[in-house]
Write a protein that binds this ligand. Structure first.
Ligand SMILES: *[C@@H]1O[C@H](CO)[C@@H](O)[C@H](O)[C@H]1NC(C)=O
Ligand SMILES: *[C@@H]1O[C@H](CO)[C@@H](O)[C@H](O)[C@H]1NC(C)=O
Ligand SMILES: *[C@@H]1O[C@H](CO)[C@@H](O)[C@H](O)[C@H]1NC(C)=O
Ligand SMILES: *[C@@H]1O[C@H](CO)[C@@H](O)[C@H](O)[C@H]1NC(C)=O
Ligand SMILES: *[C@@H]1O[C@H](CO)[C@@H](O)[C@H](O)[C@H]1NC(C)=O
Length: 458
């Protein structure tokens, strides 16, 4: 396994010059800056498969070997037609273009792989022609055949790298770069006051402060969640968690002892849900060293105690299995934690799909109180609790989400509001608040995204 590429992109570094990182820097695995402020640190993980410099070099080597070999073979022949010269020129051209890949990734991306393959087929024909002319089996020519075959394989591999990784990463980088530039703006403005709920509610959501692909390095794992234990137990003070899959089913959770371990994808433990205990909906959280999630069959709320590995379940007879959020199916139970404790948000048939915020008593794992809001769940992107207030979001455009509604369970007061924030990708399945750092955590279609919040002063 090649070393993970962790690129720590400091905003001070992010000028237009960083539109593309030189291959050498990718290889070293670290891009950091010593100068400038550190207000806004953003991390990006790249898939394990680095830019295949060694393969390009190998291909260059083969190309020049081929060229030499063909020249030798041609010199052996008494006569040859001009077609061979054309082939030789093409071969030279190919060498130059392969060399270009190495020096300029932009050109590399533009490289026409189909053309490369056609040219390789022409070489094959040429070698075959040479062999016929010589009218003898030649180990040199047999080896040429093998080399051409190998080169075709390499070209195919390079193409996979291009399509699957490099191009995508490059586009993501450009997107990221744009967003990071804006990220620094107003970081000073977000000063958390942990535990203090003497405020008038959320007034601003920052630009995304972290954007990173999930620990599976798989953008296809669009259904999942990530975050930090919202009431950590001793010994796990900054425990992070992650789980995802390619469908809304929930099978497993990974736990990380710190933020650094999370971004290094180095979990200290992993819990696979036993058969029959699987979940769905992806609106789980970790609170007090326990995972709270929606079990599928039978439908109920479940708790996985990470200390004891014991599962506890509660039927939710009132919670409807009809209404889900905008972006994902089966989101019936949405767990949330704030300064007041643990909550679950769901809708009921009785409330005609309006969201009900229910406070959970952690000891008994039972609903202790509930409030019916006026947020109609099928129009809501996601919802979360902060300081006893339920906030509901709705889709704006592709890159924007709006907190449009709040319900204060302390006063019964509801508010129409309009606080916009940016999404990295159009849809998301898990959005929740964490009272330990007053941040919002979003699982944004395969990516970890987080935001700082600003609350209004009373
Ligand atoms: C990257 O930077 C960190 C922090 O300066 C350092 O500890 C680490 O060894 C570096 N890794 C590489 C691959 O240079
Ligand atoms: C090729 O070799 C075969 C015998 O090995 C011979 O009969 C034939 O005439 C040769 N053809 C040419 C074109 O040299
Ligand atoms: C072609 O590839 C095979 C398998 O990867 C390898 O064993 C062989 O040495 C290669 N041949 C040449 C001429 O590079
Ligand atoms: C919040 O306000 C109340 C009443 O004004 C006050 O007693 C309390 O100390 C305040 N809490 C904080 C954390 O400032
Ligand atoms: C988890 O289990 C431990 C050990 O049995 C217990 O002390 C703790 O209270 C449990 N936590 C939760 C959240 O149920």
């Amino acid at each position: 396994m090649s070393p993970m590429l962790l690129l720590l992109l400091l905003l001070s570094l992010l000028g237009p010059a960083l539109a593309w990182l030189p291959v050498e820097d990718w290889e070293s695995g670290n891009v950091t800056s010593s100068g400038g402020g550190l207000e806004c640190l953003c991390s990006v993980f790249l898939p394990d498969s680095n830019f295949p410099v060694n393969r390009v070099q190998h291909m260059q080597q083969i190309t020049s070997d081929l060229k030499r070999e063909v020249e030798i073979q041609i010199n052996k022949m008494v006569s040859y037609d001009t077609k061979l010269e054309v082939y030789l020129e093409k071969l030279m051209d190919l060498t130059v273009r392969v060399a270009m890949m190495d020096s300029s990734p932009d050109d590399y991306i533009k490289l026409d792989f189909e053309l490369l393959r056609i040219e390789l087929r022409e070489f094959e024909a040429l070698v075959s022609q040479l062999r016929d002319s010589l009218n003898a089996s030649s180990p040199a020519l047999d080896s040429l055949f093998t080399e051409i075959h190998n080169m075709t394989l390499i070209v195919n591999q390079l193409e996979t790298f291009d399509k699957k990784n490099l191009e995508v990463i490059r586009i993501e980088f450009l997107k990221l770069q744009r967003k990071l530039k804006e990220c620094q703006e107003g970081q000073e403005y977000f000063k958390p006051d942990i535990g203090n709920c003497n405020n008038t509610g959320i007034v601003t959501v920052s630009k995304p402060t972290l954007i990173q692909i999930n620990a599976h390095l798989n953008a296809g794992y669009q259904y999942g969640g990530w975050g930090k234990d919202s009431k950590p137990v001793r010994g796990h003070e900054s425990m992070y968690w992650y789980g995802a899959y390619s469908s809304p089913s929930v099978f497993e959770f990974y736990l990380y002892s710190s933020y650094d371990k999370l971004i290094q994808r180095s979990s200290f433990t992993h819990h696979g849900l036993p058969q029959g205990y699987e979940g769905s909906g992806n609106n789980y959280i970790v609170h007090g060293n326990a995972v709270y999630f929606q079990a599928s069959n039978p439908f109920r709320m479940s708790k996985l105690n990470l200390t004891s590995s014991v599962y506890t379940h509660r039927q939710m007879t009132k919670a409807s299995e009809t209404y889900t959020y905008v972006y994902s199916p089966k989101q019936y139970l949405d767990f949330s934690a704030d300064e007041k404790g643990l909550w679950v948000l769901y809708s009921t048939e009785e409330a005609n799909g309006k969201i009900v915020a229910a406070k959970i008593d952690e000891k008994s794992f039972a609903v202790e109180d509930e409030w019916t809001t006026n947020a109609f769940k099928p129009l809501v992107g996601n919802a979360f609790m902060a300081c006893g207030v339920m906030y509901a979001t709705r889709p704006g455009d592709l890159n924007t989400e709006e907190i449009y509604y709040s319900y204060d369970t302390r006063t019964g007061e509801e508010k129409q509001m309009s606080v916009y924030f940016q999404k990295f990708q159009d849809s998301f399945v898990n959005l929740h608040y964490n009272p330990t750092d007053q941040k919002l955590y979003m699982y944004n279609k395969g990516y970890y995204v987080s935001y700082n919040l600003r609350f209004g002063e009373e």
